[in-house]
Ligand binder design. Structure first.
Ligand code: UDP
Length: 397
């Protein structure tokens, strides 16, 4: 067994992918998560301690019980509109709780930290791609709460033996190809989730926020990175710190931008569903174009992305959302979308295993031509008799 590490927020979307990869690399993992947005069933490896970073007494107890060599800090609130409405909650949960964590690290002599930051620290960028030395000028409380956390880490590191890797995520999307992990928040408003939900008829239409941006097709351009590659960047960062690498701030993106129209076109093509799209006004605070310069992370960490392909991101997102639609339609809670329930991986395998079969036809037809392989999850759970009602629930217009 390798070193013991603490993962705050390890039950959440990105944290759970990292925990799984840490498990595969034989790390001893302790997850500390209040499960407000994450799920215990997403923790596929290690020990889960349900706790809040605001509860410093509990946090100290956890540090005292375990000898951590490093901390990976994911736990945070991450919705921009929510941060505008409830800024104090964001400064408390993101900034103050990072301070609590650093105090524990200081007292307990933990001197390696990997921190989840965001491209939102840059704000409105004049030039693309964005490098790590581009001026940080966040335009919402979420970005500011993260930038303040970066400053806490940097200032404390300057006065101590702490070494850090701050990873600034661009637009994270996709799901574990095995179908066990993905974005579990039902209210995800991100573009790829919204398009997948429109393709799966969970919503009647989707909206394009703004068609008058100064971009080739008038819609916003972003750098979408697959969650598996982002997780690998954390493993690389951990190895780097273990090998005594010095502190770094690194962008996490592919350096390749796609417009909203391009993303929607790929979701339509891959799902085979031509869902309605409504063009509407810009969303407040949305920049026209943000893409990463990813040279530094490759150079410093030797990071080698494997999913640098919009179609792979869309495929895994669609499979994940499809499995959720099926599970929820069966009356299972989102927590049932777990490795302990074979439904999600079963459906995901059925989908990714026969993409042509599913995606080239209109989705309701899929159910008419289902084979044993495709029906496996239902058979496994003894739910074949419910298939008819699932079908009518999922595909009612
Ligand atoms: N977007 C859109 N429709 C949606 C969701 C997002 O047109 O339903 C656009 C949004 O305006 C931005 C891009 O898609 O230009 C990416 O937005 P997302 O919310 O996924 O990530 P953000 O870059 O805001 O963090």
């Amino acid at each position: 067994m390798k070193n013991k590490v603490l993962v705050t927020g390890g039950a959440g979307y990105i944290g759970s992918h990292v925990v799984r990869q840490l498990g595969e690399m034989n790390y001893d993992v302790v997850v500390y998560d209040n499960c407000s947005t994450g799920s215990p069933t997403s923790v596929l490896h290690g020990e889960l301690i349900i706790g809040d970073l605001a509860d410093t007494e509990h946090l100290y107890q956890v540090f005292a019980k375990h000898q951590f060599s490093a901390v990976l800090h994911f736990a945070a609130s991450l919705s921009v509109p929510e941060s505008v409405a409830r800024p104090l909650d964001y400064y408390a949960n993101n900034t103050r709780n990072t301070l609590n964590l650093l105090r524990c690290c200081s007292v307990m002599n933990v001197n390696q930290i990997i921190f989840s930051s965001t491209a939102a620290v840059y704000g409105e960028v004049g030039e693309n791609p964005v490098t790590e030395s581009t001026l940080t000028s966040p335009i919402n409380p979420y970005g500011r709460s993260k930038l303040m956390s970066e400053w806490l880490i940097q200032d404390y590191a300057a006065a101590s033996s702490l070494r850090y890797v701050i990873l600034r995520y661009f637009n994270v999307a996709g799901a574990e190809p095995g179908g066990r992990l993905g974005q579990i928040s039902l209210n995800a408003t991100h573009l790829i989730a919204a398009a997948c939900n429109a393709a799966l008829k969970r919503k009647s239409a989707m909206q394009i926020y703004g068609t008058d941006f100064p971009t080739p097709d008038g819609t916003g351009i972003r750098d979408y990175i697959h969650v598996e590659d982002l997780a690998t960047a954390h493993l690389d960062a951990l190895r780097y710190l273990e090998e005594n690498g010095e502190s770094q701030i690194l962008n996490c993106g592919y350096g390749q931008g796609y417009s909203v129209r391009q993303v929607i076109e790929r979701v339509k093509a891959i799902s085979g569903v031509d869902f309605p799209v409504i063009e509407t006004d810009r969303r407040p605070g949305d920049p026209a174009c943000v893409t990463a310069c990813a040279d530094k992370i490759s150079k410093v960490l030797g990071w080698l992305p494997l999913y640098n392909d919009l179609d792979k991101i869309v495929h895994t997102s669609l499979a994940w959302e499809m499995s959720r639609v099926c599970s929820l339609s069966l009356g299972l809670t989102s927590n049932a979308l777990s490795p302990s329930c074979s439904l999600a991986p079963g459906i995901s395998a059925a989908i990714t295993g026969q993409p042509k079969r599913l995606y080239s036809s209109h989705i309701p037809d899929y159910w008419n031509v289902a084979t044993f392989h495709e029906l496996y999850p239902f058979i496994y759970l003894g739910l074949l008799d419910k298939l008819q009602s699932v079908r009518s629930k999922i595909f009612k217009d």
